[in-house]
Write a protein that binds this ligand. Structure first.
Ligand SMILES: *[C@@H]1O[C@H](CO)[C@@H](O)[C@H](O)[C@H]1NC(C)=O
Ligand SMILES: *[C@@H]1O[C@H](CO)[C@@H](O)[C@H](O)[C@H]1NC(C)=O
Ligand SMILES: *[C@@H]1O[C@H](CO)[C@@H](O)[C@H](O)[C@H]1NC(C)=O
Ligand SMILES: *[C@@H]1O[C@H](CO)[C@@H](O)[C@H](O)[C@H]1NC(C)=O
Ligand SMILES: *[C@@H]1O[C@H](CO)[C@@H](O)[C@H](O)[C@H]1NC(C)=O
Length: 361
């Protein structure tokens, strides 16, 4: 009697486990991806709206400038490849657009908060407004309702809020602004939820203090053991901590949501600390050196006095983590993307393809 009860218990347990496993092992089959962010995931918005991202950007993969600040693909490109979806068309690009499997609202230079000192006016709130317009128009034109709730919503933003704040604030002053930045992030997420978004993949912010252009801009700022700006990375770590806490709150507050928090910081920092082992040169050296000095100058032609100035490109791109002093090379992006895709830096630790509610069969 007792034995049969135990046996029954084990069978019930096993059945539950099998059920759970089969739910975990099946892919979510996201029909679309909607992405929000800054230049880390801008696939051509600023290029279409403001001005072309010049070559040699794009040479490694696209063979031409493809609106991305990198020699090739960005993390978001590897994500859509993995989901067997096409590369995302920027919402702001009307030429040859294909929005059947999502859209990209990320724009280079964007911040979470609508501050005037931000590099771009397309802050997260604006990107969400654009999404709402996109959704409203799509529904009235094509009557597609379901895809918006089945899609994956990816967000990678915050780096510019921190980098800009660091220009005129101390570590402590900047840390004091984090709750307000997170609050704005939360407003955006709740708006997306209200519009039907359910599956979120939230990338935390990278080790901003390791970006070569900032290292050049702040030569006297204390470094961490690997050579990154210690106070700025401390701020990024604090931002990520508060972001993670907020996501955990939202998981409870928004009952039919499924949030994945992705620790992009650790994947990018790992590239810096293991640069040699991974076959990279000096992690703070960068490949495309701008004619105007650092960062954004990659590929720019400037005419200060009628003289044309071109920036250099480099041949051994695969040996660099940083492409232009701000943005990562395709090789670096791929290494980070692989860690995102296999779930090893995610909470819950699920591959991107499985980042949806575990539905019972
Ligand atoms: C839109 O889709 C709904 C549900 O699929 C359907 O009932 C409705 O008739 C459709 N409307 C148009 C204009 O096609
Ligand atoms: C830093 O600059 C921004 C805008 O330029 C300003 O709003 C902010 O108050 C400044 N912060 C400090 C601590 O000076
Ligand atoms: C974000 O914060 C600012 C103040 O910092 C506020 O004016 C704005 O309404 C907030 N919300 C959104 C969605 O931008
Ligand atoms: C134009 O300026 C560059 C530096 O910006 C200088 O190297 C060059 O000699 C100048 N050319 C003329 C024609 O003055
Ligand atoms: C997507 O990534 C997962 C996890 O790394 C991997 O198992 C799978 O083969 C990849 N799929 C495609 C189509 O690249």
């Amino acid at each position: 009697m007792a034995i049969s009860k135990i046996t029954l218990g084990i069978i019930v347990l096993l059945l539950g486990l099998i059920d759970k496993l089969s739910a975990v092992s099946s892919s979510c089959n996201f029909p679309a991806v909607f992405n929000f962010g800054d230049s880390n995931s801008d696939t051509g918005a600023i290029s279409a709206a403001i001005g072309e991202v010049p070559p040699p950007n794009g040479v490694a993969f696209f063979g031409r400038s493809a609106g991305r600040h990198s020699d090739g693909r960005l993390i978001i490109d590897f994500i859509t490849e993995n989901l067997t979806l096409p590369y995302l068309t920027p919402y702001l690009d009307s030429v040859g657009a294909n929005y059947r499997h999502g859209a990209n609202f990320a724009t280079g230079g964007s911040c979470i908060r609508p501050t005037l000192s931000c590099f771009s006016q397309f802050h997260l709130g604006t990107q969400v407004s654009q999404f709402i317009h996109f959704k409203t128009r799509t529904l009235s034109l094509y009557n597609q309702t379901n895809d918006f709730s089945k899609a994956l919503y990816t967000l990678d933003i915050g780096q510019n809020d921190l980098a800009i704040g660091f220009q005129n604030m101390t570590e402590e002053q900047l840390k004091a602004t984090i709750p307000a930045i997170i609050e704005n992030f939360t407003i955006a997420l709740k708006l997306l939820y209200k519009e039907g978004a359910r599956f979120f993949s939230i990338h935390n912010t990278g080790p901003t203090g390791c970006l070569p252009y900032l290292l050049k801009a702040f030569p006297a700022t204390p470094r961490d053991p690997y050579g990154c700006l210690k106070p700025l990375n401390n701020v990024a770590i604090e931002f990520n901590k508060q972001l993670k806490n907020k996501i955990n709150e939202l998981k409870k507050e928004l009952p039919s949501s499924f949030f994945t928090y992705v620790d992009v910081y650790s994947a990018k920092y790992n590239l810096i600390t293991k640069a040699k082992t991974l076959g990279f040169v000096d992690p703070f050296d960068y490949c495309c050196v701008g004619a105007i000095g650092r960062g954004m100058g990659c590929g720019k032609t400037i005419f200060p006095n009628g003289t044309e100035l071109y920036s250099s490109s480099c041949e051994n791109r695969k040996n660099f983590i940083s492409w232009d002093g701000i943005h990562y090379t395709e090789t670096a992006n791929m290494l980070v993307a692989n860690r995102i895709l296999d779930g090893s830096i995610s909470d819950p630790p699920l591959p991107t393809q499985k980042g949806c509610k575990l539905t019972k069969k």
